[in-house]
Design a protein around this ligand. Structure first.
Ligand code: SAH
Length: 218
């Protein structure tokens, strides 16, 4: 990597600075910070944007989509990690694959679905080149989850839904958690938990995600 980009922009030191910033923003879960430190975010964006990969900002990944801001990746990852098991995790919205790659360092198995085939093809190549063998992908509309692979200990949704469909909650195991951005004009991060057959929901901070869209595209 150092030839074209210059070692400075993509080095471990740059990643360490990102982690210091996340810590200063209140991310205190060390395993989450370590996972972020282990994933080369510059490999999840176009080469032309690689020099900006360790800024704490969302970046375009084509098809009108974005790779989430590191802060929100860290926040959602830490929330799920600190509230229970990550043996089997479902992600709705693979996008660049970055969030799945971070989770792959903390979870048993990640099942991730993406509606845009072209994005998923690139993400799969990234998983293979980083030897992340515990990520399983599917090209599909994630509105109905991934019933055959479930139930899941945790579900992470990385595109904003109008509301959380019952079918997602139905794919949560006992003590399972689901974190999702919900809303249209303004979005909030919601944390659902399944406990003794009951589902609870807690509203966290305001967020800004691309919308969940229906149907698959090539
Ligand atoms: N987790 C991603 C964030 C990508 S942005 C990352 O780390 O890069 C959200 C992604 O959700 C986009 O790639 C978008 O195509 C996808 N998406 C939107 N609606 C979807 C749906 N119904 N099913 C599956 N994926 C969806």
């Amino acid at each position: 990597m150092s030839g074209v980009l210059g070692a400075g922009m993509t080095s471990q030191r740059t990643r360490t600075r990102l982690i210091e910033r996340l810590r200063a923003q209140g991310i205190a879960d060390e395993p989450t910070l370590q996972a972020i430190g282990a994933v080369p975010r510059h490999l999840f964006v176009d080469e032309a944007l690689a020099s900006r990969a360790y800024e704490d900002t969302a970046l375009p990944i084509g098809h009108g989509q974005t790779i989430s801001q590191p802060y929100i990746v860290a926040r959602m990852t830490a929330l799920l990690r600190q509230t229970g098991s990550l043996a089997k995790v479902l992600e709705i919205g693979t996008g660049s694959g970055y969030q799945a790659a971070v989770l792959a360092h903390l979870a048993g198995h990640i099942y991730t679905v993406e509606r845009v085939g072209a994005l998923l093809r690139v993400a799969r190549k990234r998983f293979a080149s980083l030897n992340l063998q515990n990520i399983h992908c599917r090209h599909t509309d994630g509105s109905s989850g991934w019933a055959e692979a479930g139930p899941f200990d945790a579900i992470i949704v990385t595109a904003a839904a109008r509301e959380v469909p019952e079918v997602w909650l139905g794919q949560l195991r006992e003590n399972g958690r689901l974190v999702a951005p919900v809303g249209i004009a303004s979005q909030a991060l919601l944390l659902y938990r399944r406990h003794g057959g009951e589902i609870s929901c807690e509203e966290l901070e305001g967020v800004n995600f691309v919308p969940l869209l229906p149907g698959g595209v090539v």
